[in-house]
Design a protein around this ligand. Structure first.
Ligand code: GAP
Length: 439
């Protein structure tokens, strides 16, 4: 583990590009700042992060259901949510070099961090972070629509639909994973802050009197999720917001923070949003957004506890937490010690040589493993270098097919972390791996 290594950030960014986790978007056109493309390995890592979130938040619970709401929505939604009026950051311009900055992120509010000039910054003005576009062929104000800056509002405006169709009653939640868009003034730190990103959010609707208890519950449950997936305890913390940090509608908010190379920073916010959102949408739309208990006859607007995480940001944190270097035989071995559930490939199938007699059993082994786990196949280079390539991308197991395989129908299984090897019969290989890898 290298938490204090100042070069960790560069090492992870370099590995991400070199091995195909993350590419700069539109790179062949000079790159499009603040958006990124997820390559063959990144797409698998990101899918695994989202899959683990969905498994814990939806699949393993009886009180949370899923949703996939639209990305485009009309101004009325954002008028009601308060985003049109308030979703802004204070922006300053440098009169000297023209750079733009978020005032609240400046170390020295009087000096431009780009050119260093003191006294060159303009007065701050509020800059709305919403992306606006037009639906249909006419570019006119009646056709204005917005790209969502959070997935949350899709769940509030579908509250009645879900309540009426799912037979759930408070306490229950609606979960969603999807893209969100913010016209960030200062995107940066690789995929930490981008203009297009993915969120994993859940709105948990509860009887008002139980909201504090559920808020505490979700703070604990969300911390456990990261720890269970291998985040080191000393690089994760839950930070409760001070009263002056709280949004006007929130009675409590805590951030799950990770020790990034630049310091503690947010992975997820867990907020008690009270009945603010449902009330605002009910008032604006004229639709009742409340729960009616048929047994007691009671009607109430549920309060909402919201764990809101960033999928892309979290995937990057898992990469940083997993990155390790160790000395092996006077050489430095780079290894991503990712939890098996997050590793892009679970197994790499490696014929010792390209000789045709090894390719046939290698294809047989690959065919046995592929229905169960995501596998890589590599027949180039010396076997030692191929092991190192797999270590560097976090593959938990390598399966090598050698000339003895032709005699004994057995293969060598090598463990990423311990580098130990064992001989396993091909006919028992799937069972052997099933005892070590997630289903
Ligand atoms: N519905 C509440 C909400 O959206 P947020 O704190 O603004 O709350 C939740 O966003 C999470 O989304 C953040 O903790 C972060 O992980 C992720 N996120 C927000 N803005 C982001 C950006 N520009 N780039 C990458 N991830 C971002």
């Amino acid at each position: 583990m290298l938490p204090n290594d100042e070069t960790l950030f560069d090492k992870v960014v370099n590995l991400s590009k070199r091995r195909g986790f993350v590419f700069q978007s539109a790179e062949i056109y000079g790159g499009f700042r603040s958006t990124y493309d997820y390559g063959p390995l990144g797409v698998l890592l990101l899918r695994n992060v989202k899959e683990q979130w969905w498994r814990s938040m939806v699949q393993l619970r009886h009180d949370v259901v899923g949703l996939d709401a639209s990305i485009l929505s009309p101004p009325a939604v954002w008028q009601a949510s308060g985003h049109l009026a308030n979703f802004s950051d204070p922006m300053v311009d440098c009169r000297e070099c023209g750079a733009r900055h978020r005032q609240d992120k400046l170390d020295d509010p009087n000096a431009c961090p780009s050119c260093g000039k003191s006294g060159s910054l303009t007065e701050a003005r509020e800059f709305n972070l919403m992306f606006k576009t037009h639906a249909g062929p006419m570019v006119e104000s009646a056709a204005e629509v917005y790209l969502r800056p959070e997935t949350a509002q899709g769940m509030f405006i579908n509250f009645a639909n879900v309540l009426n169709t799912s037979r759930k009653k408070p306490p229950f939640g609606i979960a969603q994973i999807g893209k969100s868009f913010r016209n960030e003034i200062t995107p940066g730190n690789f995929v930490f802050r981008t203009r297009e990103f993915e969120q994993m959010e859940m709105e948990f609707f509860v009887p008002p009197e139980d909201s504090d208890e559920w808020y505490r519950y979700w703070c604990g449950a969300r911390m456990d999720w990261y720890l269970d997936l291998g985040m080191p305890e000393d690089r994760l913390r839950l930070r409760e917001h001070d009263a002056d940090e709280l949004s006007h509608y929130s009675t409590g908010t805590s951030d799950v923070e990770f020790a990034f190379p630049w310091g503690w920073d947010e992975l997820e916010g867990i907020a008690n949003r009270t009945d603010f959102d449902l009330k605002r949408h009910a008032e604006s739309s004229g639709t009742k957004l409340e729960y009616h208990d048929p047994a007691s006859g009671e009607r109430y607007v549920p309060h909402v506890i919201e764990p809101a995480a960033g999928a892309t940001r979290t995937a990057m944190a898992f990469l940083m937490a997993a990155y390790d270097e160790e000395e092996v035989n006077d050489d430095v071995r780079t290894v991503l010690r990712l939890d098996h559930r997050l590793a892009p490939y679970k197994v790499a199938v490696l014929p010792l040589s390209k000789k045709p007699e090894l390719i046939e059993p290698s294809n047989e082994v690959l065919g046995l493993l592929q229905p169960h786990w995501m596998c890589d196949y590599d027949q180039t280079q010396a076997i030692g270098r191929r092991y190192r390539r797999q270590d560097e991308i976090g593959t938990p197991y390598c399966v090598t097919i050698d000339f003895d395989t032709l005699e004994d129908r057995a293969v060598t299984v090598r463990d990423r972390d311990s580098m130990t090897q064992e001989r396993v019969p091909i006919d028992g290989l799937v069972d052997h791996m099933a005892g070590r890898l997630p289903a």
